[in-house]
Design a protein around this ligand. Structure first.
Ligand SMILES: C[S@@+](CC[C@H](N)C(=O)[O-])C[C@H]1O[C@@H](n2cnc3c(N)ncnc32)[C@H](O)[C@@H]1O
Length: 245
């Protein structure tokens, strides 16, 4: 089966989700605008900026970064930031945006009719980089980071435990793990036996992160993905910040 995150359809949806003009993403005045700008809020509402050690260089890793909006957000707070994703198409788009190039993309209006938009995001920063990687099998030579961010990733992995078990060595002691997940378990992504709970996923996640991480903050993070002018996905991600102990 083709990885859905390599398709033009999802590339357009995610570029629009991360960078789209608010009025183009949700043109309806009565629509749930609190779901906009999720890729910014999953950083801004979870990160404890005050506890970052400003006397030395700080680093962050954004796992499952898609087309990179949260990675750029992390770079406002950390000196060196890396974003990774399994999708070649998403990483290519993120790199193009990083290089300052204008990226034109199509988003669905209705049927097979598309609108076009262009991202010009002046964010050239030599301390940001992107790479293709599998969150279930991350490179063994990765260092530990001050901040690791993974938004809406774990319920898209075939075996979330492979990623979760790696986290203690990816976050420095005293560092922060920023997780967001709507726990949308689907067998097409995660075989049933690998789901982290069902109905009790929040508790199961806490059990798995214990004793390496201490829960510091919980926040509900709504998000809105536009499929077409009249169809949206509205979900609520469980946002959490965990301190590496
Ligand atoms: C639901 S999207 C979330 C993207 C982004 N973090 C956000 O909040 O908008 C899931 C992302 O995980 C990526 N992904 C899926 N399986 C992965 C894997 N095994 N390793 C790394 N990334 C993966 C997808 O390509 C996609 O970009």
């Amino acid at each position: 089966m083709e990885n859905p995150y390599e398709t033009d359809k999802l590339l357009g949806e995610y570029l629009h989700f991360h960078y789209g003009n608010e009025n183009e993403v949700m043109p309806w005045s009565f629509g749930p605008k609190n779901g906009l700008n999720f890729a910014i809020r999953s950083v801004s509402e979870l990160l404890d900026n005050a506890s970052l050690n400003v006397s030395q260089k700080t680093s962050a890793l954004d796992v499952g970064c898609a087309v990179g909006r949260s990675t750029f957000e992390l770079a406002k707070h950390c000196d060196e930031v890396r974003g990774c994703d399994l999708s070649n198409a998403f990483i290519k788009a993120a790199e193009l945006i990083l290089s300052g190039g204008a990226l034109s993309y199509d988003y669905l209006e209705e049927g097979d009719s598309y609108n076009n938009s262009t991202i010009t995001f002046n964010n050239q920063n030599e301390n940001i980089s992107f790479f293709v990687a599998d969150a279930c099998d991350l490179p063994t030579d990765l260092p530990a980071f001050d901040v690791v961010h993974a938004a809406n990733l774990i319920c898209r992995l075939p075996n979330p435990l492979d990623f979760i078990n790696r986290l203690p060595e990816l976050v420095i002691k005293g560092g922060q793990l920023l997780l967001a997940t709507p726990f949308t378990w689907l067998e097409e992504f995660t075989p049933r036996e690998n789901w982290i709970g069902s109905g009790n996923s929040e508790e199961k996640l806490a059990e798995l992160l214990h004793p390496y991480f201490k829960l510091e903050r919980k926040v509900e993070l709504p998000f809105l993905i536009r499929e077409h002018r009249r169809k949206y996905q509205y979900s609520v991600s469980f946002g959490s910040r965990w301190r590496r102990v």
